[in-house]
Every structure is written in structure tokens, then in C-alpha cells.
Design a protein around this ligand. Structure first.
Ligand code: GDP
Ligand code: GDP
Length: 462
């Protein structure tokens, strides 16, 4: 049976918006009218390769009533009972409200698996709410923007092990029905004992312009003519990611090239490639931007790299067809300069030259991907950060607009994947962009985080 995910939360946190995004409907369908009576909505949802059933309680409540009427509570409890897991949504901009606490309470008592997500977290406005959400005692909040489609990869990362576990449990109980009871008991034990989740493969997307060599590279990694051997029409959009063991590193590669090969049939080649790149980027933890050494940094390349940065992915720039490059030394210099100039938002991004055709340099790509993923996951201890902040401020104090010095009081790392930091300061709105850049570049250099997007949020102490 398909994995069932219930979206729950108080009115107006974005449940419908998320539902529509997961089931692939347009945002225009969000119902702005509160109190519309419907039954539990149910539809097939997907994120990247994940498939599941989504249950939605949105639109069933009276949005003007903050007291969580009995109907809403009953409905939530029904959704909880019918689902394998609950996706509990709060509004990161509004922070945790009393009604959220009531929901958290129901979920802590009734639900098996709960994924906590702080929605409306695009931009800076969500940082406080995300920090508060920790206090609900439901684990690490996933920062989401249902409206802008951000954070879906993190949601997928939280969801994938639950779906896999259910599939495994079902397979096990199908083979041996007598273990049925044990599994149920394990799921409900007070310690919250769970079936151990298998190690998840590293999710990689290879993106780039048509003809950069994506298929050749993915085939090289897979070690077989996998992408090209399928009959053209048979390469479906469902078979878009391929798992493999890349010299001991379990990976899952999102195959945009295979999708394009399909689109070639319909002739919509150029048009599809950016939309495909976006889907691939959202799926991935590490994005490999593949350039053609003969024509690097075309507009589309820069757009794709920028997309990966904005989506908060770890990025590796790979320059393909190095075998055919006549002036390797000079070219390398030009490429390095090009990255610094054209992709300042990804300063220090790893640059790997390779030949997908001969295989030369592909092992270095693998190493760069592993490093990028480690950097993306890096957590800097708070004490170290605050010593660093004091040094940075001493070396270069923030300005004093109108005679009022801006004080940077304290900082902490709020999240990883990518690294995100919160700085408590007076008058956050007055701190110039240039100072934020100084801090971000400093973090990059001093804590060795090249190439990863770094998020920095300024907050006044509340
Ligand atoms: P529901 O009552 O929980 O189903 O919430 P809706 O999906 O109807 O969303 C409530 C409001 O929040 C709507 O105006 C949405 O456009 C808005 N909204 C939903 N998701 C986001 C988001 O990620 N960011 C922002 N800024 N607004 C959002
Ligand atoms: P995709 O459109 O990005 O999937 O690109 P393909 O993998 O289909 O490759 C496009 C063309 O570039 C093909 O003719 C490949 O043979 C060629 N190509 C791919 N990798 C290399 C390489 O490392 N060196 C050279 N010289 N050609 C390559």
C-alpha cells in the first residue's frame, strides 16, 4: 500500500499550498475562503523520485477561530489515524502559537512518525520561527517554502527513510505474517524504538546545457551504457534517478540527460532542459554543474549554477571534454577567474576538469562531491563562532549610522544543508549588505566552507 502522509496544522500555515505543490497542482487553486466544507482530501504526491499519498485537512476549519474547534481536532485525529506519518506545518514567520502547541500535543500523543516543518521560511523572515520550532519537541524542523518550492529536498530527505522503512516492514510481514505483532509493538514502545533506517545514498544531480556530456558522464559513473540503451520511448519520467555504488560511495544520480533524451522525441529539447535542471536541483544534495571546456559559462550554465545556489545545494563545477582541450594551463587559469567573477555567490566552489569520454578526472570528481557534501553538512560549535565573531568585529567594526553603533552580540548556527547562521544584533535592518558579505566570506574562509551556499540571518533580540 502506498505510504500515506497527512498534512496537519492550524489554519493558514500553508497546508493547501503544500498539498498543491506535492500533488503538482497550480498555486492558483489555493482556497482563500475559510470554512469551505469538504472531506479529507487525498491525492497522489511526489517529490523527485518519492511517491506517496497525501492527506490534507486544509479548508475544513474555520480560519478565524484560533481555539481549535472540536471539528478540527477530530479531523486531525482522523488524519493521524489514517496516515503512516504526519507532516506538521507551522508558520515560520508567525512563530509557534498556542494553537500550534495544541497540535504538537496531539501529535506527540497520537502519531507515530511526525515530520515537523516550518513553512513560509523563504528569505530571512523565518529564522526566528525555525529556532522556536525546536522547542516543540518534535525533532529538527524542516525549513520550507511551499509557495516558492524551497526546502523540498530536505523534506524528501526526512520522508525517504520513513517510506523505505514502511516498504521494508511490509515486505517482512508479507514473508512472515507472525512478526506482525512485534512490528506494531516496536512502533509504539515508549522509547520510540524504530526499525533502523538504512544508510541513504548521496543524492547527486548532473546538470548542464545539452551536449555538455551529461549522459556520457552518468554512464561512466554507472559503468555501463545504461542511459542510452533503453528504447527512447521507454525512458519514462518515473525512472529519472539511478542508484549505484560509485567506487564504494552509495549514490543516487538524478538523470536529467535521460529525461532530455525522451524529450528529444517530442522535439521540445531546449525548453525542457531548464525545468528539468530545476527538478534535479531540488532533488539533489550535491549538484554537479557540467560545463563544456570549449564553451564554458554560457548564460544557461550561469543560470543553472545560480539556481543551485539559491536552492541551497552543495555545488561542484565540472569542466568536461578536457581531453580535447589544447591549452590546458591557460584554460584552467581562465576558468578559475571566470568562476570567481561570474559566480561570486559560490566563491571557492570546487572546480574539477575531466573527460567523461576517457574517464580521466572522474575519480577527482567523486572526491570533490564527497568534500562538498561534508562542507554542506558542517556544523560549527557556538563557542568557536562567538570567538570568531568577536575577532571579526574587532578587526572591522560595523558602522555607526546616525551615531548609533550596531552591536553584533551573539551568533549561532541554526541549520546545516546548507550552513545557516543567526546573528543577534541591534538594528539588523541598518547593517549594510557589505558587512553581511564580510561575515559570510569570513565564515567561508575561516571555517573552510568553500563552494557551499551560506545563509546568514540577522535578528534583533526579542
Ligand atoms: P492552509 O489554511 O494551512 O491550507 O493555508 P494556505 O495554503 O491556504 O495558505 C495560507 C496563506 O499562506 C496563503 O495566502 C498562501 O499564499 C500563504 N502561503 C503558503 N505557503 C507560503 C510560503 O511558503 N510563503 C509565504 N510567504 N506564504 C505562503
Ligand atoms: P548531454 O547532452 O549533456 O547528455 O551530452 P552527451 O553525453 O550526449 O554528449 C554530447 C557529445 O559530447 C557527444 O558527442 C559525446 O560523445 C561528447 N562528449 C562527451 N564527453 C566527452 C569528453 O569527455 N570528451 C570529448 N571530446 N567529447 C565528449
Amino acid at each position: 500500500m502506498s505510504f500515506r502522509l497527512a498534512i496537519v496544522g492550524r489554519p493558514n500555515v500553508g497546508k493547501s499550498t503544500l498539498f498543491n505543490r506535492l500533488v503538482g497542482r497550480r498555486l492558483a487553486l489555493v482556497d482563500d475562503q475559510p470554512g469551505v466544507t469538504r472531506d479529507l482530501r487525498e491525492s497522489e504526491g511526489r517529490i523527485g523520485p518519492l511517491r506517496f499519498t497525501v492527506l490534507d485537512t486544509a479548508g475544513l476549519e474555520d480560519a478565524t477561530d484560533e481555539s481549535l474547534p472540536g471539528r478540527m481536532r477530530r479531523l486531525t485525529e482522523r488524519a493521524v489515524a489514517e496516515a503512516d506519518a504526519c507532516l506538521f506545518l507551522i508558520d515560520a514567520r508567525a512563530g509557534v502559537t498556542a494553537t500550534d502547541e495544541v497540535f504538537a500535543d496531539i501529535l506527540r500523543r497520537r502519531a507515530g512518525e511526525v515530520i515537523l516543518a516550518a513553512n513560509k521560511a523563504e528569505g530571512q523572515a523565518g529564522a526566528a520561527g525555525i529556532a522556536e520550532a525546536w522547542g516543540l519537541g518534535l525533532g529538527e524542523p524542516v525549513a520550507l517554502s511551499a509557495e516558492h518550492g524551497e526546502g523540498l529536498a530536505d523534506l524528501a530527505a526526512a520522508l525517504a527513510p520513513l517510506i523505505e522503512t514502511k516498504a521494508e516492514t511490509e515486505a517482512a510481514t508479507a514473508e512472515a505474517p507472525e512478526t506482525d505483532v512485534d512490528v506494531d509493538e516496536a512502533g509504539e514502545s515508549p522509547e520510540g524504538a524504530r526499525v533502523p533506517t538504512p544508510a541513504r545514498p548521496l543524492q547527486i544531480a548532473v546538470v548542464g546545457r545539452p551536449n555538455a556530456g551529461k549522459s556520457t558522464l552518468v554512464n561512466r559513473i554507472l559503468g555501463e551504457e545504461r542511459l542510452l540503451t533503453g528504447p527512447e520511448a521507454g525512458i519514462t519520467r518515473d525512472a529519472i534517478s539511478v542508484a549505484t555504488d560509485w567506487d564504494g560511495l552509495p549514490v543516487r544520480i538524478f538523470d536529467t540527460a535521460g529525461m532530455r533524451k525522451k524529450s528529444r522525441v517530442t522535439g521540445k529539447l531546449e525548453k525542457l532542459s531548464v525545468a528539468d535542471a530545476l527538478r534535479a536541483v531540488r532533488f539533489a544534495e550535491v549538484v554537479v554543474v557540467l560545463l563544456d571546456a570549449a564553451t564554458p559559462f554560457e548564460t544557461q550554465d550561469l543560470r543553472i549554477a545560480d539556481l543551485a545556489e539559491r536552492e541551497g545545494r552543495a555545488v561542484v563545477v565540472a569542466v568536461n571534454k578536457w581531453d580535447a582541450e589544447p591549452e590546458k594551463q591557460a584554460k584552467l587559469k581562465a576558468l578559475r577567474a571566470g568562476v570567481e567573477r561570474l559566480l561570486p555567490q559560490l566563491r571557492g566552489v570546487p572546480l574539477v576538469t575531466l573527460s567523461a569520454r576517457t574517464g580521466q578526472g572522474v575519480d577527482r570528481l567523486r572526491a570533490a562531491i564527497e568534500t562538498a557534501q561534508n562542507v554542506w553538512n558542517r556544523r560549527v560549535p557556538t563557542a568557536q563562532l562567538n570567538r570568531w565573531l568577536a575577532d571579526m568585529v574587532a578587526a572591522h567594526p560595523p558602522p555607526a549610522p546616525g551615531g548609533h553603533r550596531i552591536r553584533l552580540r551573539y551568533m549561532t548556527q541554526a541549520k546545516t544543508r546548507p550552513p545557516g547562521f543567526v546573528v543577534m544584533c541591534s538594528h539588523p535592518d541598518k547593517l549594510p549588505e557589505a558587512y553581511t558579505r564580510y561575515l559570510v566570506n569570513g565564515l567561508r574562509a575561516d571555517f573552510d566552507m568553500p563552494g557551499t551556499p551560506i545563509r546568514l540571518w540577522l535578528r534583533s533580540r526579542s
